[in-house]
Design a protein around this ligand. Structure first.
Ligand code: HEM
Length: 382
């Protein structure tokens, strides 16, 4: 009996520190998803605000034709902040969501999501194990003026220029500004989930290592290997590249500059997975070779196909993977959870109506605009 107790105690001591970090390296993606579905995950299953209990929540403020988003977060006000450490970040949120994005899914909002990946994507467990200078979700792209000049960061110049003054203006770190912009960029695109926002990153320890970001010409094995080196399971990689559903390409094929990577670039939806999987690219859709390979490769296609027409699973997995991405290089015990400042997510189901011909639910532009006018009001440009 004594031996069994000692064994259980030792096991608990081994597991507890692992659960204290957001890293999914320790838990395979599918196991983590199962854990989350049964209430054991780190981000929760719905988009509630702090203390939210709205599994079935209806917003009592919903009025007239303005859709109820089913998300109690609404527009969090600094006057109601519950964590003093988050107070300085409300004006940073407003400067990004209002001053930079204008409250909408603009080119700068999309670019901030790619920026968040290019910042965090220089993290390497291999370099960490060797004690070598490493990358992290540390805002080095706003801190080292040379980093955005690297070829792999082409296209990020405008968003870097827009965000670069904010750390000094608000006396917060470049990592916090950049990664807050990443989660707000997702949220600015209708359908984008409310990802947990963490702050408290110190200044970068060094310049980001070069050559670690993936290329559309990389093989699936090499992509899986590189993402594993960041701490991601295959399911995370497949969930994260769904961000290409609100993406344009400019430099892969300059002759097609500006082409979208799915049929609904202004919506944070799962059409990317169908558009990438079908035999022929839909009209005016540009597909990256890497995305097409991931859709068909034996090691990844099951994850990829799971998200076709499956927004709830993608939302859940994307939120978890983006949270991990935004904290790469840090433990959550070193950071502060400021999700309380994140506004409501615009749930696409709540702004959809059945199509008169097919009967399928499609986003109604009038309902969508009404939701944007209500839930993004403080940040909209006139
Ligand atoms: C397999 C790994 C990935 C590869 C090879 C890749 C590659 C690319 C390329 C080539 C572009 C177009 C750049 C241009 O020509 O302007 C792009 C755009 C973009 N990527 Fe990725 N990417 C990867 C993963 C990710 C991840 C993990 C995210 C975020 C979670 C992301 C978010 C975006 C976004 C939002 C854009 C559009 C930016 C804009 O419209 O300005 N990508 N990506």
């Amino acid at each position: 009996m004594h031996r069994i107790l000692t064994f259980v105690l030792a096991l608990a001591l081994l597991i507890l520190p692992i659960l204290a970090t957001p890293s999914r390296l320790r838990l395979p993606g599918s196991a983590l998803r199962l854990a989350r579905k049964h209430g054991g995950g780190e981000t929760g299953d719905d988009d509630d605000g702090p203390g939210g209990d709205n599994d079935n929540d209806d917003d009592s403020n919903a009025d007239g034709n303005i859709p109820d988003l089913g998300d109690s977060a609404g527009i969090p006000d600094v006057a109601n902040a519950t964590n003093a450490a988050c107070v300085p970040f409300y004006p940073v949120r407003d400067a990004i969501l209002g001053g930079v994005f204008g409250g909408r899914c603009t080119d700068l909002a999309r670019a901030s999501v790619r920026l968040a990946f290019h910042d965090a994507g220089t993290f390497s467990l291999r370099l960490a194990a060797l004690g070598k200078p490493n990358g992290a979700a540390d805002g080095s792209l706003l801190w080292d003026p040379q980093e955005v000049l690297r070829d792999e960061n082409n296209g990020l110049q405008d968003i870097v220029a827009a965000l670069a003054p904010l750390p000094q203006r608000f006396n917060v770190s470049p990592g916090d500004v950049l990664q807050l912009a990443g989660v707000l960029g997702v949220l600015a695109c209708p359908g984008g989930p409310r990802i947990d926002a963490w702050v408290g990153r110190p200044l970068p320890a060094n310049k980001a290592p070069n050559g670690l970001l993936p290329s559309p010409n990389d093989s699936v094995d090499s992509l899986l290997g590189r993402f594993a080196d960041m701490g991601f399971a295959p399911v995370d990689l497949i969930a994260l590249i769904g961000a290409h559903g609100t993406a344009r390409q400019r430099f892969v094929d300059p002759a097609m500059a500006g082409e979208a990577m799915d049929t609904t670039i202004d919506l944070w939806d799962v059409n990317f997975y169908r558009d990438t999987n079908v035999a022929t690219a839909p009209h005016n859709v540009f597909r990256l070779a890497s995305d097409v390979n991931l859709a068909h490769n034996a090691s990844t296609k099951a994850f990829f196909h799971e998200y076709i027409d499956n927004q709830p699973d993608w939302d859940q997995d994307y939120r978890a993977a983006h949270l991990l991405m935004s904290t790469l290089g840090y433990k959550t015990t070193e950071l502060v959870n400021c999700t309380e400042l994140m506004p409501a997510s615009i749930n696409l189901t709540r702004v959809s109506m059945p199509d008169t011909v097919s009967g399928k639910a499609v986003v109604d532009p009038g309902l969508l605009e009404a939701a944007i006018q209500k839930y993004r009001a403080p940040w909209l440009k006139p």
